[in-house]
Design a binder for this molecule. Structure first.
Ligand SMILES: Nc1ncnc2c1ncn2[C@@H]1O[C@H](COP(=O)(O)OP(=O)(O)OP(=O)(O)O)[C@@H](O)[C@H]1O
Length: 335
């Protein structure tokens, strides 16, 4: 008899990852879909679609169907999910039997959207489909002892949202989220460069600036970077040099919004669990955790230890996949 393949899907605003128990991460691609604007036909997904952004003829448009932590384009999300299942099935070969699938969905998705995602995965041939909250998946993926009666604090800084949760005994004790994540930092960099230098830059350039010379609000030796864009006055291409101190200023507001959400969640922690936070600290997951100085800045501001999960970008997908076994064990116990 074949054992059932277990698959975890992290349906993120910025990236989609798929994890299987035996093979680990088997797919990691940006949540981008290229479609023909006239026929609405899906032409490409993931890396292939991202590479088309801003470089394609007018009839081919690239869509990020998940925006700001919610499903912005429902039909395209479902189409993307189908393509992903197709890719993964080829790679993993779960033709041997129907897989059990766990999907981690954006926090802001409605019950109708949750149902639709569930049905789309099921229609593709999954044996069982379950949905999981992002912070619980992140905590499991970060190797926190979520089943213990202690305060596990997770701050997941994704593309569209930041979610903060205190998890104890397998459940969320308190949680808060804001629609501010790495994408908002990119937006603010675009606005800053436009205002100060009259230069138009695209999202990919803004993201590169953030990754190369973006810092949380910590003192640091200044870094610089040359960037290219379109001069708004002459309409011609132009190169300028940006410094990390000015970029730090440009992304100050979203960083402070993230800090406020962390503070607010910690303030709402039941007193019995507060002591654990001082001892165990806060764990950062999601790509935003990789912003330079993030760990040091948050730790200084909230005065508790802060650590970054081993694989911040993969923690949710790993936890989503692993949670299948946790759920399975719980179900067995319940029988
Ligand atoms: N080295 C880095 N420095 C700063 N930001 C980074 C770095 N690497 C990735 N990011 C940012 O992390 C974000 C993506 O993170 P992640 O893949 O965890 O999001 P997601 O799970 O798709 O989003 P969400 O949780 O909102 O659905 C993007 O905004 C990306 O620019």
């Amino acid at each position: 008899m074949f054992s059932t393949t277990q698959i975890g899907i992290d349906l993120g605003t910025a990236n989609i990852l798929v994890y299987t128990k035996n093979k680990g991460i088997v797919l990691n691609e940006p949540s981008v879909v290229a479609i023909d604007a006239n026929t609405k036909e899906v032409l490409a997904i993931g890396n292939e679609a991202k590479n088309m952004v801003g470089k394609t003829p007018e009839n081919i448009i690239a869509i990020r169907p998940l925006k700001g932590g919610v499903i912005a384009d429902y039909q395209v999300t479902i189409d993307m999910l189908k393509q992903i299942m197709k890719k993964v099935s080829k790679q993993v070969g779960f033709s041997l039997g129907k897989p059990n699938v766990m999907v981690c969905i954006p926090a802001g998705s409605t019950s109708v959207e949750r149902r639709a995602i569930h049905d789309a995965v099921k229609a593709f041939g999954a044996k069982q489909v379950d949905l999981i909250e992002e912070t619980i998946a992140a905590a499991i993926g970060a190797d926190l002892s979520v089943e213990e009666p202690v305060a596990n604090v997770v701050v997941d800084i994704g593309g569209g949202t930041t979610e903060v949760a205190i998890i104890s005994f397998g459940g969320i004790v308190t949680a808060h989220s804001i629609r501010v994540g790495g994408d908002k930092l990119d937006d603010d960099i675009i606005q800053y460069v436009r205002k100060k230098y009259n230069l138009l830059i695209g999202y990919r350039t803004a993201e590169n600036i953030k990754m190369e010379i973006g810092f949380a609000l910590v003192d640091h030796d200044e870094l610089t970077m040359e960037i290219r864009g379109r001069d708004l006055v002459t309409g011609l291409p132009k190169t300028i040099t940006l410094g990390s101190i000015e970029i730090q200023d440009a992304i100050r507001d979203p960083l402070l919004a993230i800090l406020d959400t962390v503070r607010y969640t910690l303030e709402n922690c039941p007193p019995e669990l507060s002591g654990d936070i001082v001892d165990l600290g806060v764990t950062l997951t999601g790509g935003g955790a990789l912003l330079k100085g993030m760990e040091e800045w948050l730790s200084n501001e909230i005065a508790v230890p802060v650590q970054i999960a081993e694989n911040p970008l993969e923690a949710v997908a790993i936890g989503t996949g692993r949670s299948l076994s946790v759920l399975h064990k719980l179900q067995k116990k319940a029988k």
